[in-house]
Design a protein around this ligand. Structure first.
Ligand code: NZQ
Ligand code: ZN
Length: 386
C-alpha cells in the first residue's frame, strides 16, 4: 500500500429536509450570498422557492444559467459579481456543473488576473471564498472533493482545477431532490459514479486490499440501485444509496494507498469539450472499449476479480471471466439507455488524431495510467467507438 495523507474538510448533512440548516450555516461566513444555479431545474422543482424562503435575511445575488460542462465565461461573470457585490459566501444549488463553476468562481473572486490562469497553474490559487452546496444530482462527487472541471470555449480545452482551498465547507444531500431527475441524467450519473471507482480501482498498485474491498462495495451499490432508481424514481432507498455512493466514489477515500493516473476520464473530457455531450454518456461509450483494449496477460487477474466481485461472474478461467465482466459493463450501460457508440451519440467525422493528441497532452495517460497509452493507442480506442 502506498503512503497517503487523508483530510477531507467538507461537512455533509444527509437526509430529507436537511436544507433547514442553511441560514445558520451560511451566517457563519456573512450575509452577502452569491446563489449559483443551472438552467432552471431548481425553479421547476420548487427548490429555488425553498432556498429563497430560507435566505430571507440575507442579501442574495443570483448567477443562473450555469451550463452542463460549465464554461469559463460563466466563471468570469460569477467572479465579477463576487467582486462588485462583496460576496461573503457562495451557495451552489445543483449538480457537478454548478458546483464546479462555483468552485472556480470562489478562487477567481480572490484573484486579479484571468481566471483561466488558475486552471493552468493551480499554485496561483492562494485564497477562495467559502462554498456551501445543495446537491440535486448524484454523479460527480464534487460536493465533497476539491476538483472542478471547466471548459474554455475559446480554446476547446476542458481541464480540472484541483486544490484543497476548493473543498465545499458543507454539502446538503437530500435524496428526495433526485426524484425529478430525467432518466438520462440518473443513468449518466450512475455511469459516472461507477467510472470514478473504476479509475481508482484499475491502477498500477494493487496492494491496497482494504481500498479495493471498499471500492467493490460502492460499485455493487451502483449496480444494484441504478436500475431501481430508473424504474422507480421516487424510491428513497435507491436514491439515498446512490447519492452516498457518488460522494464516497470521489472524496479521496477510494484512492487511499493507490496511485496513478486515470484512464477513461481524460479521453472523455476531450469528447465533451469538443462536442458538449453529457459526461456520463461519453464514459458509458468509452469505458468498455478501453477495457477491451487494455485486457492482456498482466491485467487479466484484476479484470477477472472485478468481474467476479462486482458482477457475480461465475467463471473459473480468468480470461473468460474478465471478458464476461466487460460484457456485463456494456450490457449494464445499455440497460440504462446509454448509447454504445459516439456515432449513436450524434458525433460524426471526428478528428480522432487531434482528440487523441489532446487527451495525451492534458493527462498522465502515457506515464502513470493502469496501462500506459500513447496517442496511437487512444486513436485505436476512439476507432472502436465510431
Ligand atoms: O441546469 P439545470 O436546469 O439545473 O439541469 C441539470 C442539467 O441539465 C439537470 N438536473 C440536475 N439536477 C436535477 C436536474 N434536473 C431535474 N431535477 C434535478 N434534481 O441535470 C443536468 C446535468 O447537470 P450537471 O450538473 O451537468 O450534471 P453532473 O453532476 O453530472 O455534472 C457534470 C459535470 O461535472 C464534471 C463533468 O465533466 C461535467 O462537466 N465532473 C466533475 C467532477 C468533479 N468536480 O469532481 C468529476 C467528474 O468526473 C466530472 O468530470
Ligand atoms: Zn466523472
Amino acid at each position: 500500500m502506498n503512503d497517503f495523507d487523508f483530510y477531507v474538510p467538507t461537512a455533509i448533512r444527509f437526509g430529507k429536509g436537511k436544507i433547514a440548516c442553511l441560514p445558520s450555516e451560511l451566517a457563519r461566513y456573512g450575509r452577502n450570498v452569491l446563489l449559483v444555479y443551472g438552467g432552471g431545474s431548481i425553479k421547476r422543482t420548487g427548490l429555488y422557492d425553498r432556498v429563497m424562503e430560507l435566505l430571507s435575511d440575507f442579501k442574495v445575488t443570483e448567477l443562473s444559467g450555469i451550463e452542463p460542462n460549465p464554461k469559463l465565461s460563466s466563471v468570469e461573470q460569477g467572479a465579477k459579481l463576487c467582486k462588485t457585490e462583496h460576496t461573503d459566501v457562495i451557495l451552489a444549488v445543483g449538480g457537478g456543473s454548478t458546483i464546479d463553476a462555483s468552485k472556480h468562481i470562489a478562487a477567481a473572486a480572490c484573484y486579479d488576473g484571468d481566471p483561466w490562469d488558475l486552471v493552468l497553474d493551480r499554485s496561483k490559487v492562494s485564497k477562495a471564498l467559502p462554498i456551501i452546496t445543495v446537491l440535486t444530482i448524484c454523479a460527480t462527487g464534487s460536493e465533497m472533493n476539491s476538483g472542478a472541471v471547466i471548459s474554455n470555449e475559446k480554446t476547446l480545452e476542458k481541464l480540472e482545477i484541483n486544490t484543497p482551498l476548493l473543498y465545499p465547507r458543507l454539502s446538503i444531500c437530500d435524496p428526495t431532490y433526485l426524484y425529478t431527475l430525467p432518466p438520462k441524467q440518473t443513468a449518466a450519473g450512475a455511469v459516472d459514479i461507477l467510472s470514478h471507482v473504476m479509475e481508482q480501482y484499475f491502477q498500477p498498485n494493487d496492494e491496497a486490499y482494504i481500498t479495493d474491498e471498499l471500492s467493490e462495495a460502492v460499485m455493487r451499490t451502483v449496480v444494484k440501485y441504478a436500475p431501481i432508481a430508473m424504474s422507480e424514481p421516487e424510491n428513497y432507498e435507491a436514491r439515498s444509496n446512490l447519492m452516498w455512493a457518488s460522494t464516497l466514489a470521489l472524496n479521496h477515500l477510494l484512492t487511499v494507498g493507490k496511485g496513478g493516473a486515470w484512464s477513461v476520464h481524460p479521453i472523455e473530457h476531450v469528447v465533451s469539450a469538443y462536442y458538449d455531450i453529457t459526461h456520463g454518456v461519453g464514459l458509458a461509450i468509452l469505458t468498455p472499449a478501453w477495457m477491451e483494449y487494455v485486457l492482456r496477460d498482466d491485467t487479466t487477474a484484476r479484470f477477472a476479480r472485478f468481474a467476479r466481485k462486482v458482477w457475480d461472474v461465475d467463471e473459473s478461467d480468468d480470461r473468460t471471466a474478465a471478458k464476461e465482466g466487460i460484457n456485463k459493463v456494456r450490457a449494464f450501460n445499455r440497460s440504462l439507455g446509454m448509447p454504445s457508440s459516439l456515432t449513436e451519440a450524434g458525433i460524426e467525422n471526428a478528428d480522432i488524431e487531434k482528440m487523441a493528441a489532446e487527451a495525451i497532452r492534458t493527462s498522465g495517460l502515457s506515464e502513470r495510467s493502469y496501462v500506459k497509452l500513447s496517442a496511437v493507442d487512444v486513436e485505436k480506442i476512439f476507432a472502436r467507438v465510431f
